[in-house]
Ligand binder design. Structure first.
Ligand code: NAD
Length: 442
């Protein structure tokens, strides 16, 4: 079976299906289709499929032109569906569904389980299944393999590594980034057997310049968790330095900038109002949860989470202190928050620290509005809140302006010039330092 599948991959006659057409799955499906591979994009949300077809600008980091190029024509290379029976003719299935948390700390694998259950009903000779969703170590073998092994007992059993293949390959995409793409970011693969790894590596070589094989799915799962835990812990350290520098009256940004001049042994990370995005605040919790089952305490992960989560309160405290200094109270103060996307120049609001900040400020009875051209509205406590227009009047009418996300389109001269108090959590105003007493940095 391996040789047959390899031949299909090498001749580009392989039929690939991608399950979950979000930030990870859509670029992957389009990428394979652009290489001339026949791709079926499967998503259980029909609105998602309609919005991909109707895309005008960019969707999940893929521009509408690229989508149109592969989805239209007499024989489109990418077809989109909500029907799992499309998997009956798939040689390869790549799972890219969400892996969020329940109650902030417990992995929610219901999306992966739902997708795997549908695959197991259609598992057939010669199929390769790859899990890309980030998850705790052991998921590929403990959850997927077990499910596939027990699927459809009435049929003659399919043998892993002989009749079908299963691997884990973490996605490393950074939404909004243009210098590192799927093509030039090395891809890690780890299969249940050596043949699973080999055939998975062969598949990704269609798309990616460099494929790194590791010895098992568990090792590949751990690679992703190490990468994201590394970021979480180092951002936690940068945040702790921000708290220390604040107490010492030192500018943490100046310290980081100067430390960054060391050509070896130091990589800069930056403080901020808290972690955001689907990965860094979530993924280390998957590992922490798994290790808790094995009675192992993940001290670095837990401490970084605690420090990172405390930053929202630190920003509120600084805001309140600045208002008090001006003879005002937080309750009833007009506060404008700039930026609710979790990072600059994207529209993604998952785990957004800006939204957390707005929520907490509102609960402290502040009168909060926000501006973000990428995010026209947000829902807070089931209430729809719309982005306001950024005008000189709005800035000067606000008692305090907080930069939560430093989008590059901000008119900083205007913001610095018109705000009576400006709390800058991102060092967006670095070039104004010292000259403007109204600017307070983290
Ligand atoms: N977004 C990132 O930057 C990023 C980077 C690396 C890894 N990851 C990981 O990749 C995975 C996917 O993340 P994402 O950001 O693409 O998520 P997303 O929410 O953008 O997209 C997931 C898609 O899967 C669909 N879906 C959910 N359950 C389904 C099911 N049972 N069958 C078919 N479709 C289903 C949803 O409708 C949605 O369109 C997660 O595990 C995430 O941690 C994300």
């Amino acid at each position: 079976m391996k040789n047959k599948l390899r031949q299909l991959i090498q001749s580009r006659d392989v039929q690939v299906s991608v399950i979950g057409l979000g930030y990870v799955g859509l670029p992957l499906a389009v990428g394979f289709a652009e290489k001339g591979i026949n791709v079926i994009g499967l998503d259980n949300d029909s609105n998602r499929i309609s919005s991909i077809f109707a895309a005008k600008g960019s969707i999940a980091g893929v521009n509408a032109e690229r989508i149109a190029n592969v989805c239209t024509g007499d024989i489109p290379s990418l077809t989109l569906t909500t029907n799992y029976d499309a998997l009956l003719k798939a040689d390869v299935v790549i799972i890219c569904v969400p892996t969020p948390l329940k109650d902030d700390t417990v992995p929610d694998l219901s999306f992966v389980e739902a997708a795997a259950t549908e695959i197991s009903k259609r598992l057939h000779d010669g199929m390769l299944i790859v899990l890309e969703s980030t998850t705790y170590p052991g998921t590929t073998e403990e959850l997927l393999l077990d499910l596939f092994k027990s699927s459809n007992p009435s049929r003659s059993p399919l043998v892993i590594g002989e009749n079908y293949f299963l691997s884990f390959s973490p996605e490393r995409i950074d939404p909004g980034r243009t210098d590192y793409t799927i093509a030039n970011t090395p891809k890690v693969v780890g299969g249940v057997t050596a043949d699973c790894t080999e055939i998975t590596a062969e598949l990704y070589r269609i798309l990616v310049e460099k494929v790194i094989s590791v010895s098992s799915p568990k090792a590949a799962e751990m690679v992703k968790l190490l990468e994201n835990t590394y970021r979480s812990v180092n951002i936690g350290l940068a945040n702790e330095f921000a708290l220390i520098c604040d107490a010492l009256g030192v500018d943490v940004w100046e310290v980081i900038e100067a430390a960054s001049t060391k050509p070896f042994g130091y990589t800069p990370f930056y403080p901020g109002p808290g972690l955001g995005g689907h990965c860094i605040p979530v993924d280390p919790q998957y590992l922490a949860w798994k290790m808790k089952q094995l009675n192992l305490d993940t001290k670095f992960i837990n401490l970084a989470r605690e420090i990172n989560q405390s930053m929202c309160q630190h920003v509120i405290t600084k805001t309140e202190q600045a208002l008090n200094y001006d003879g005002k109270k937080l309750a009833g103060a007009k506060i404008l928050v700039l930026g609710v996307a979790y990072k600059n120049d994207v529209a993604d609001i998952r785990e957004s620290p800006g939204i957390r900040l707005i929520d907490r400020l509102m609960k402290s009875s502040a009168l909060v509005s926000y501006h973000d051209k990428y995010v026209p509205e947000i829902t807070l406590d089931e209430r729809l809140v719309s982005s306001v227009e950024l005008t000189p009047q709005l800035l000067s009418d606000s008692d305090c302006v907080v930069i939560a996300t430093a989008h590059s389109y901000y008119p900083l001269d205007l913001i610095v010039g018109q705000s009576s108090i400006l709390i800058d959590t991102r060092n967006a105003t670095s070039k104004y330092s010292g000259e403007h007493g109204n600017v307070i940095k983290l």
